[in-house]
Design a protein around this ligand. Structure first.
Ligand SMILES: Nc1ncnc2c1ncn2[C@@H]1O[C@H](COP(=O)(O)OP(=O)(O)OP(=O)(O)O)[C@@H](O)[C@H]1O
Ligand SMILES: [Mg+2]
Length: 392
């Protein structure tokens, strides 16, 4: 293939420097289109691993989300974390999992020192759940809440059946289209569940955003599984009513304290074998706390079936926690009002809602006082009043 003048070694560059830069850039990537076929519209996300843009295919007008692959600290070429995310997304094809359309790249040229930037191209979803919950004008009926949670757990059922752990459940990673279709997104921390049974797994436990991190991870468990995502689903379920994360710890120790204040003390009585976890004796565990999940959440959640499912998801012992199948079969989803389509309610909102686009001070994590559980945030007099505080 003849190289055009843009990919030839500039006179100012030595051959060895040129060879170094062209490690990735020297390919023509015939099966990886140039990202310029999409017109960038707005920035919609800034994650730990890169920026996300709304964009439109110049010819077909199809809307997409472009997630930039961060290459800055990479010495070994294409980042392994992005490769993992791509492999997992390619495996998962389901209506409740975000669809990866393709990978695109910028053209290697002298301008970018022959280093292409890569983008994951996703189908575009109009909202994320954190954005929707932050906006007080978005009001979900009980049937609509059921629809959100049923789709969320249906997505988890699918990925868990396919032996994938998400490991980063949180409202900002749940996308919802304007038609009301929910999609699990952000598989940046996901991994395949190891199949070998002879030895316990030794996965890293530095996963899951702190506020959604289950007690087994906080106590150092490395042989964990799908229940880690179910805990996150329980936190998100409660958030559908409280409108902000229910346990906003400032550090691992504080997170465990908040968990004990809500779910009761962590003891071998309620969780046999918990003593075997590495950090059980190293961290300070609050003693004498009664379990108050239903009691404290009933101020927000009036439906008794919802409270019961919450109680089963926010179970301390992961082996007793409801799995996705248990949750889908729970009466909550099968009693009136039945899960109801979200399309009509969402059609009243013409603006996209993303966590990134909510007013900055609403995005700042604050340390909550347990007494906040009893009180709704005070209404604000300012024009921002339509935004819920993301503090519970
Ligand atoms: N397909 C999509 N459609 C619409 N918005 C999207 C899409 N994918 C991602 N976003 C938005 O971009 C944000 C960041 O994307 P994502 O969570 O995949 O990236 P990340 O860098 O891993 O984020 P973080 O590290 O903060 O979890 C999401 O919270 C969501 O608001
Ligand atoms: Mg994310």
């Amino acid at each position: 293939m003849a190289a055009d003048h843009d990919t030839q070694r500039p006179a100012s560059m030595s051959q060895s420097e040129y060879d170094k830069y062209t490690k990735i850039g020297d390919f023509d990537f015939p099966y990886c289109d140039e990202v310029s076929k999409y017109e960038r519209l707005t920035k919609i996300g800034q994650g730990t691993f890169g920026e996300v843009f709304k964009a439109r295919h110049r010819k077909t007008r199809l809307l997409v989300a472009l997630k930039k692959v961060l290459m800055e600290n990479e010495k070994e070429g294409f980042p392994i974390t992005a490769l993992r995310e791509i492999r997992i997304l390619q495996l998962l094809n389901h209506e409740n999992v975000v669809k990866l359309i393709e990978i695109c790249r910028t053209k290697a040229s002298t301008h970018n020192k022959f280093k292409s930037t890569f983008f994951l191209v996703f189908e575009f979803c109009e909202h994320d759940l954190a954005g929707l919950l932050s906006n007080a004008n978005v009001k979900f009926s009980l049937g609509e809440i059921k629809k959100v949670l049923q789709q969320l757990i249906n997505g988890l059922y699918f990925i868990h059946t396919n032996k994938i752990l998400h490991r980063d459940m949180k409202a900002a990673n749940i996308l919802i289209t304007k038609a009301g279709q929910l999609k699990l997104a952000d598989f940046g921390l996901a991994r395949a569940i190891s199949q070998k049974n002879s030895q316990p797994n030794r996965y890293t436990n530095r996963v899951v955003t702190l506020w959604y991190r289950p007690p087994e991870l906080l106590l150092g468990e490395r042989n964990y599984g799908p229940p880690v995502d179910m805990w996150g689903a329980g936190c998100i379920m409660a958030e559908m009513w409280t409108r902000s994360p229910i346990m906003q710890g400032s550090a691992d120790q504080h997170q465990l304290t908040l968990i004990s204040q809500l779910c009761g003390s962590i003891t071998p009585d309620v969780w046999p074998d918990v003593e075997k976890l590495e950090l059980y004796n190293k961290l300070e565990l609050t003693k004498g706390q009664k379990r108050k999940v239903k009691d404290r959440l009933k101020a927000y959640v009036k439906d008794p079936y919802a409270l019961d499912l919450l109680d089963k998801l926010l179970t301390l012992d992961p082996s007793k926690r409801a799995n996705a199948d248990d949750a889908l079969n729970h009466d909550f989803f099968w009693m009136d009002p039945m899960p109801a389509d979200l399309g009509k309610m969402l059609s009243m909102h013409t603006q996209s809602m993303f966590e990134y686009l909510t007013p900055p001070r609403r995005r700042v994590a604050q340390v909550p006082h347990p007494s906040h559980l009893q009180h709704r945030p005070q209404p604000m007099a300012t024009q921002e009043a339509q935004f819920h505080d993301r503090v519970f």
